[in-house]
Design a protein. Structure first.
Length: 277
């Protein structure tokens, strides 16, 4: 097989002509993963809800790389929607080599939603977070991962969180105004912890069939937080700051590429040392 000089320079990190599926493509982290995979040479199947507006970051990528980035409608809470997206991806692009399970729902501070004390937290909100973050990830893995297992190769990267390992520090949010203090829901960390365990399940189930499954768990990522939050958060991190987009790219490419060919069932925490304390 002929390799381009650019691919040779990347060595085992090269993803030239690999097909990568990224769910939640238009969210906060979706464009970061897409950029990383594109820089490594991959072609992208960007999955997103049909009515989700394209973020400025995603639109810029799509405009710059129209031949390598293709958007497909997909609701990860609907098995039929996932199957439809998978069929469209395979018809247009082929069987994916890489799956990044990024789609999920979080609870940004002061996002405009209703606040609740823990004893009044609506159970439907709790269930919704589990349904998207855990059940949705499971269903996407069922559909796309099974095709990888049949072919005999693939890398699945589930996006976790540092809150899969530790509880949210509610003191990060206690400066936010409001009659009811902001409360980071326990459903988010619980869903991400379950994703870490599910990663281990699929890694052992499909390891002999050439499919590796790992979790990448970022710490807090810069993105419009207020200065007081950033100071509080940075003081809690050994490296003294929040993550930037560039901090996440290398770890993702490592897990997606043959550079991690003997790594599976692992949670790679990219958190600046947050969980070391």
């Amino acid at each position: 097989m002929n390799h381009s000089p650019r691919a040779e320079s990347r060595g085992r990190f090269a993803l030239d002509n690999r097909i990568a599926v990224v769910t939640g493509a238009c969210g906060k982290l979706g464009p970061i993963w897409i950029e990383a995979l594109l820089e490594a040479g991959a072609k992208i199947a960007a999955l997103e809800l049909s009515d989700a507006p394209a973020s400025s970051a995603y639109s810029a990528i799509e405009e710059r790389e129209p031949a390598r980035v293709h958007r497909f409608d997909c609701d990860i809470t609907s098995r039929s929607s996932i199957e439809g997206a998978a069929a469209a991806v395979m018809t247009r692009m082929g069987v994916p080599d890489i799956l990044v399970n990024n789609a999920g729902v979080d609870q940004p501070p002061d996002s405009g939603g209703n606040r609740s004390r823990i004893e009044d937290l609506p159970i439907d909100e709790f269930r919704r977070m589990l349904d998207v973050n855990l059940t949705g990830t499971f269903q996407v893995t069922q559909v796309f991962g099974a095709a990888m297992a049949v072919r005999g190769s693939g890398s699945i990267v589930n996006i976790g969180s540092l809150y899969a390992s530790v509880s949210p520090d509610q003191r990060f949010y206690d400066h936010l105004p409001g009659d009811i203090p902001f409360l980071k829901s326990p459903a988010y960390g619980a869903s991400k912890a379950a994703v870490v365990n599910m990663t281990k399940f699929f890694s052992t189930l499909w390891g002999a069939r050439g499919v590796r499954v790992n979790t990448l768990s970022p710490g807090g990522v810069l993105g419009g937080q207020d200065d007081q939050f950033k100071r509080k958060y940075g003081a809690r991190v050994p490296l003294g700051r929040m993550a930037q987009a560039e901090d996440l790219k290398g770890p993702l490419v490592f897990l997606a590429s043959s550079a991690s060919s003997y790594v599976t069932g692992h949670e790679l925490r990219v958190d600046g040392g947050f969980t070391a304390w």
